[in-house]
Write a protein that binds this ligand. Sequence first.
Ligand SMILES: Nc1ncnc2c1ncn2[C@@H]1O[C@H](COP(=O)(O)OP(=O)(O)OP(=O)(O)O)[C@@H](O)[C@H]1O
Ligand SMILES: Nc1ncnc2c1ncn2[C@@H]1O[C@H](COP(=O)(O)OP(=O)(O)OP(=O)(O)O)[C@@H](O)[C@H]1O
Ligand SMILES: [Mg+2]
Ligand SMILES: [Mg+2]
Lengths: 165, 165, 165, 165
Amino acid sequence: IANAFEVAFSDIAASFEQLFQIAFPGGEGKLSLSNPENPLETGVDITARPGEKSIKRLSLLSGGERSLVALTFLFSVIKCRPAPFCILDEVDAALDDINLCRFLDLVAELTNDTQLLIISHQKRTMEAGDYLYGISMPTEGITKVISEKKSSNQTSNQETNQLEN
Amino acid sequence: IANAFEVAFSDIAASFEQLFQIAFPGGEGKLSLSNPENPLETGVDITARPGEKSIKRLSLLSGGERSLVALTFLFSVIKCRPAPFCILDEVDAALDDINLCRFLDLVAELTNDTQLLIISHQKRTMEAGDYLYGISMPTEGITKVISEKKSSNQTSNQETNQLEN
Amino acid sequence: MFLKSLVLKGFKSFADTTKLDFEPGVTVVVGPNGSGKSNLVDAISWVLGSQSPHAIRSGKMEDVIFQGSKKRAALGRAEVSLVFDNESGTIPMDFPEIKISRTLFKTGESEYAINGSVCRLMDVADLLSDGGMGKSQHTIVSQGEVDTVLNDRSEERRLVIEEAA
Amino acid sequence: MFLKSLVLKGFKSFADTTKLDFEPGVTVVVGPNGSGKSNLVDAISWVLGSQSPHAIRSGKMEDVIFQGSKKRAALGRAEVSLVFDNESGTIPMDFPEIKISRTLFKTGESEYAINGSVCRLMDVADLLSDGGMGKSQHTIVSQGEVDTVLNDRSEERRLVIEEAA
Ligand SMILES: Nc1ncnc2c1ncn2[C@@H]1O[C@H](COP(=O)(O)OP(=O)(O)OP(=O)(O)O)[C@@H](O)[C@H]1O
Ligand SMILES: Nc1ncnc2c1ncn2[C@@H]1O[C@H](COP(=O)(O)OP(=O)(O)OP(=O)(O)O)[C@@H](O)[C@H]1O
Ligand SMILES: [Mg+2]
Ligand SMILES: [Mg+2]
């Protein structure tokens, strides 16, 4: 079992460094074993340096930075050991425009092998989807799924607004 | 001491019901004592019913609904016992457009007696401010405060975008 | 191997029978606060066998049954079915489509089924584990939960990698 | 009684001396992820006497001193000053303006001052308590913390009301 973990860790750590360059160009991210002498029980640590800032503890990172580091970690696991599907509920809520684009670049890294279901309020995320579902409550308390748009390039801004409100 | 708490509770509970109507028109919100026979130790419970939905436990409410219920509670405390200032860091992150307007209506209830400092990525919140400060990092790692606009009615959309990015 | 469709009936705010069809690729779900988007995510966790009411924002499992609103009486059961496309043969069963269903009655009784045949929770768990969906903790990211992986202790991050390995 | 100005020097990402002026009313702070907005909020909690590194996202108090970046060396101390307008006489001191300062040296030594005169933490705490800012837990809402008041046990919500009473 230690071997399966160690092999996976080594793949995922390499993938994390690569995806980190997409999320934080010019920055540096690494995964490391908290206790390398004890492969059966060691934990996994994350080091993250956005851009040219100095490396410091993760808690000091900003809300948006923390979201993006966390997603980089999760996506590096899924990229190396693809799951059939992945569901993300408003994971982009703290991201500003620039980081939102980088998040969508990370998403693009997964789409070949993993089906994605993303809940979001952000317009750019809506535009990045292949398909769009609108959820609403025309009768209060009862959900209605009001439309599915195939290939959202065909979705006009008006429809997107209508789905959102 | 029990008396100061009971008097405050009674004011705040009345204020909570009133502010709840602003946050959730047609809904119903109440504060209650978890242990009325023991005023020295009783806790405080929140019941919330958004709109015409039925009352259920708070955990079942949506992300946006929970933010707004929490803010209604905090604002009812501040409204009854005004603090000189109140600082809100991205409390509107989960709110859709409609709830964002209701949040800003709640903010308006406090502005006479309390100075507000609000951090936000939302355009409507920026427009609701009397003053705007832009924070940026032209040199990576070092914060620069790049401008203060008096009376944000004068701030053009271009300036707001520039401050945000 | 990907999700093909999801049917909900009486699950949380999905009082009416609702069907969603999915394609490989990226599907984005949008809608106002409280409309039912996260409930959709809960339904998928639930039909995959989640035993924790807390993970789907509930106090007890019965909370997932539609509790009624001003315009509609409460229902007696919640039912969710999820269909997988199995053309790739990822799940070692001789079916091109595999349907997993879960029903919960107000009485507390629970029922699971695979392709319409009643089975035990353990059969569902085995099937998912064969399909590489054994532990979905890193593949379903709930609202507000993105950065838990940064707060986790090192050992918990190890678990994420071990389960994916 | 309201905040008049804030000066930061060497506090987190505020490597350069930075001054912000405030007016009564609503001030909105905007800017990209990681630019320093929440650091501003931390600075205010900190100068008001916060003794918990955790409350300002730090591991130990020394984390608040500017740690350097590629282009700038680390600094030896962090200093924050907050000036209150006291024309209303809310704080029983014969000053129209009251300045509270806090300095932390890399050595771990800490210094507080009121209107330039060195004092103890206790003097700052007493002054704030006279000014109705005794406990600011419900008046400073940190990023991501909005709905903690819903998760709190009943007794903790009682505390919020008691402290405001
Ligand atoms: N058992 C139930 N019966 C009826 N309604 C329910 C039940 N459980 C939850 N709800 C309702 O579902 C709504 C929450 O839906 P959900 O969390 O999916 O919203 P959402 O679309 O994710 O919103 P947001 O954008 O704010 O996150 C709540 O208003 C809640 O009252
Ligand atoms: N002691 C320190 N020295 C230098 N930089 C620091 C220090 N402490 C924190 N930082 C940096 O400050 C940045 C975080 O700033 P802050 O949390 O204020 O961002 P923000 O503007 O609130 O962003 P967001 O919109 O994502 O919430 C981080 O990039 C962090 O590296
Ligand atoms: Mg939601
Ligand atoms: Mg922040």
